[in-house]
Design a protein around this ligand. Structure first.
Ligand code: SAM
Length: 209
């Protein structure tokens, strides 16, 4: 499996693990400054472990929607360039501010991802990667509303949680509906079920149309 620059495989506690270089954030093991990226706690980590082409790179600028306390976005900022992290819940955003303290390129924004007009003046244009993990109803709509930030050759890297859209419907039906809606603004390049690590989730990589 080929990994993006800045993401490596190291043996930690006798196991082959994905790692990035940075200050530990969530109690994850760290060896010689390399911290374990746990695919069971991070959908993006699961995507990388499954060999998906995410577009993470040291040159990439990133808009991350649904940053929570910073578990995943901290790894993204370890690897990538400027990383804007949107989260609308005040409590996790406080933790995110601490995470950003040791990362010069991580910019937390206490904002609602359904209202991109409220942060359009802060986020740079022509972003390379839009990473989204909001786990709320209307996940495709959020991705469509934030498409405006992406460069023409940028990528959407999206985790979709079926139960957040509809707790009663079969996950496959939910995923079909989400993909159909995304198709209104994106060309889908790759979709994968993440069940090995995250039940009833799919990952989508797409490019803006
Ligand atoms: N991506 C995180 C990680 O891997 O570390 C976990 C994200 S958690 C599954 C979903 C997060 O999205 C929650 O913290 C929630 O508050 C946030 N969220 C949900 N809807 C949102 C919205 N409209 N705007 C901003 N954040 C939102």
């Amino acid at each position: 499996m080929s990994l993006p620059g800045g993401v490596e495989r190291r043996t930690v506690d006798g196991r082959d693990r994905l790692v990035t270089r940075g200050e530990p954030v969530y109690g994850e093991p760290s060896v010689d400054g390399w911290r374990v990226w746990d695919p069971g706690r991070s959908k993006l980590g699961a995507m990388l472990t499954l060999g998906m082409e995410t577009g993470l790179s040291p040159e990439a600028s990133v808009l991350y929607l649904g940053a929570a306390s910073g578990t995943t976005v901290s790894h993204v900022a370890d690897v990538c360039g400027p990383t804007y992290a949107v989260e609308f819940a005040p409590r996790p955003t406080r933790d995110l501010l601490d995470v950003a303290g040791s990362r010069q390129n991580l910019f937390p924004l206490l904002k609602d991802a359904r209202k991109p007009e409220t942060y359009a003046h802060v986020v740079e244009s022509d972003i390379d990667l839009l990473v989204q993990d909001v786990a709320t109803r209307g996940q495709a709509d959020v991705a469509l509303r934030n498409r405006q930030f992406l460069a023409a050759d940028g990528r959407l890297v999206l985790a979709v949680k079926a139960r957040s859209e509809d707790v009663t419907a079969a996950p496959e039906d939910v995923f079909d509906r989400v993909e159909a809606r995304l198709d209104e603004g994106y060309d889908l390049l790759e979709t994968r079920r993440l069940d090995t690590y995250h039940a009833d989730h799919i990952a989508v990589v797409a490019r803006p149309r």
